[in-house]
Write a protein that binds this ligand. Structure first.
Ligand SMILES: [Zn+2]
Length: 584
């Protein structure tokens, strides 16, 4: 979690907007979508050819003749020309603010050479407000992996020196007005431009704090490159780095919204830092919010939520709370996920827990407070031990509370021991999974956890054990990986279990594949159910909100090998086209 923020003040001024919207009438639809192949996720009528929408909701779903009865003067008609249509897709796991920052600022994940660095920094400088700091970046995330390493340098200095080591001369010419302080993905190196050095007062005479090396040229002048083995680069730059301005944050948010529209996503379950709520509210007030947001602030706000009566039913269809986010362990990308056995490539490391786990009993206390506040715990657990610990806590608390319809959630559920799988069904849990992670992570998974890899991303087994699967992209990823948000990547990974190059042939642990239908469920109706919103979203049924994602090919009819070719044609919310593919 980030530094504390006057969160409840924000909530107080958010409350007035969290009210219903009304207005209805009968007979004449606002818009009719015709000649689609609507895959409704409604068992009563799985496929229909047309829908009518009035006041944002479906008023007719069925054959063209049935829907035509809603046509009247002023009804708009859109011919979908046979396109494949699913309920608006719900990406249950995004990091909206990080995505915006990477889209507006420097995204260096794939950069590991001089030309790439200069180009990307120059592009970021073009996009960013003048004078603003260009930070983050995470260069080289894919450099070590492509070299066949695990992504974490454990080699001697000699080998390390082969890594890309940029200097300020490289980026100074393209950043006359922006101070730059970007990092290597693992925070082991930082690059500053001359303006940043100047603003931080770093000169030839600056002494390096313990744990930090200031790289210098022959004259002793800083080259702009810093190596950090311990401590924080902020001990040198600290106050000089301005936080992003409000203007910058809005610009970031607008870019993130655009990407979400293009991906056909109509709802996100966002991991929302407290101060981001202000941005969401402002966008909503301006009529700029083009995705429904289910923000998930940290579990630690539970007590405050209870005090002011915020529950999962507080909000409106655009912005509404659903759960609170907690963390048990770290992530695989940094050897932080917790296991019963150590990492294969780091034999003394079992992973680590997160601050919410301390002191012992703290997480259980937070889960109880969350339940008492009428909210749902959504808790991150990745390694076998991390998942087991969380299941123990859920079992304990659920045993005491005797809730019948709790829909508690395990986020990621990445590597689950076979003996723990049935507990998902027994405890009635939602597994919020990230299928695309497997396409990216399988490259190093076996190197890190050996045989245990067969338990990783075990979607089939989890589902068969009774877990309710919901899909999240985890967009834009971590400091070590870019995770795509476009639904084709998630569906491809879940159904084919291969990389983007379609390896290995037949899929990675192919017994864990799920079907296209199951993947769509996890993207639509299951996500709505997990949010306690299955009456309003998740399927194309009369009475529900008219949110649709229109795709250029029928995912159930095509060869699964072609899923990655899928394009979004329209993104529709409440019957309104909020994005149309300009190339189609
Ligand atoms: Zn995440």
């Amino acid at each position: 979690m980030r530094r504390s923020f006057p969160f409840f003040m924000l909530i107080a001024f958010l409350l007035p907007l969290l009210s219903g919207c009304g207005g209805s009438g009968v007979g004449v639809a606002d818009v009719i979508y015709l000649d689609g192949s609507f895959y409704t996720m409604d068992e009563q009528q799985p496929r229909v050819e047309a829908v009518a929408i009035k006041n944002g909701r479906f008023v007719a779903v069925g054959s063209r003749a049935e829907v035509d009865r809603w046509r009247g003067p002023g009804t708009r008609t859109v011919d979908l020309e046979g396109a494949f249509v699913v309920p608006g897709l719900n990406d249950s796991h995004t990091h909206f603010d990080s995505a915006g920052r990477l889209l507006l600022g420097a995204n260096l994940l794939a950069v590991s050479d001089a030309e790439g660095m200069r180009e990307e920094i120059a592009a970021a400088a073009e996009r960013m407000p003048e004078g603003s700091w260009i930070t983050g970046g995470s260069w080289g995330a894919y450099e070590s992996w492509s070299a066949g390493s695990t992504g974490e340098e454990k080699t001697e200095a000699g080998e390390k020196s082969e890594l890309f080591r940029p200097t300020r001369e490289l980026i100074d010419p393209v950043t006359p007005d922006h101070p730059v302080l970007v990092s290597r993905w693992d925070s082991s190196m930082y690059l500053a431009n001359s303006l940043a050095l100047q603003e931080a007062g770093i000169t030839a005479s600056t002494r390096a704090p313990v744990g930090i090396t200031i790289h210098r040229d022959a004259e002793g002048e800083p080259t702009g490159l810093f190596a950090v083995s311990r401590g924080s680069i902020m001990s040198l730059f600290g106050d000089a780095v301005d936080p992003p301005s409000h203007e910058q944050r809005l610009a970031e948010a607008r870019l993130a919204l655009e990407e979400i529209r293009k991906a056909g996503i109509t709802m996100i379950g966002d991991i929302t830092p407290a101060d981001m709520l202000r941005i969401f509210k402002e966008l909503k007030d301006n009529g700029e919010l083009t995705v429904r947001v289910r923000p998930r602030p940290p579990l630690t706000v539970a007590e405050g939520f209870r005090d002011i009566g915020i529950t999962t039913t507080t909000g409106d269809p655009w912005l509404r709370f659903t759960g609170l986010k907690g963390y048990v362990d770290g992530i695989m990308g940094t050897h932080g996920a917790q296991f019963f056995e150590p990492y294969e490539d780091d034999p003394t490391n079992y992973g680590h827990d997160r601050p919410m786990m301390r002191p012992p009993g703290n997480m259980e206390r937070l889960v109880r407070e969350t339940a008492a506040a009428g909210m749902v715990p959504h808790i991150h657990a990745i390694g076998t031990r991390g998942v087991d610990i969380l299941l123990d806590i859920y079992e304990e608390v659920l045993g005491d509370l005797e809730l019948t319809d709790h829909r508690w959630r395990v986020i990621h559920a990445q590597v689950v021991r076979p003996e723990d799988r049935p507990r998902f069904g027994q405890l009635g849990l939602v597994a919020e999974i990230n299928p695309y992670h497997l396409s990216d992570d399988m490259r190093w998974m076996e190197e890190r956890i050996g045989d245990r890899a067969r338990w990783a991303y075990a979607f089939r087994s989890l589902k068969d054990a009774g877990a309710v699967l919901v899909f999240g992209s985890d967009w834009p990823g971590t400091n070590a990986a870019w995770y795509h948000q476009h639904p084709r990547y998630l569906i491809h990974a879940a159904v084919n279990r291969t990389t983007l190059e379609d390896t290995p042939a037949g899929g990675w642990f192919p017994g864990e594949k799920i079907t296209v239908h199951e993947a769509l469920e996890a993207f639509t109706i299951n996500g709505a159910w997990a949010n306690f919103e299955e009456e309003a979203f998740g399927s194309i049924e009369v009475g529900k909100w008219g949110d649709l994602t229109v795709l250029d090919q029928d995912l159930l009819a095509i060869d699964p090998g072609r899923i990655l070719e899928t394009e979004v044609l329209y993104t529709i919310i409440e019957g309104r086209i909020i994005w149309q593919n300009p190339e189609r």
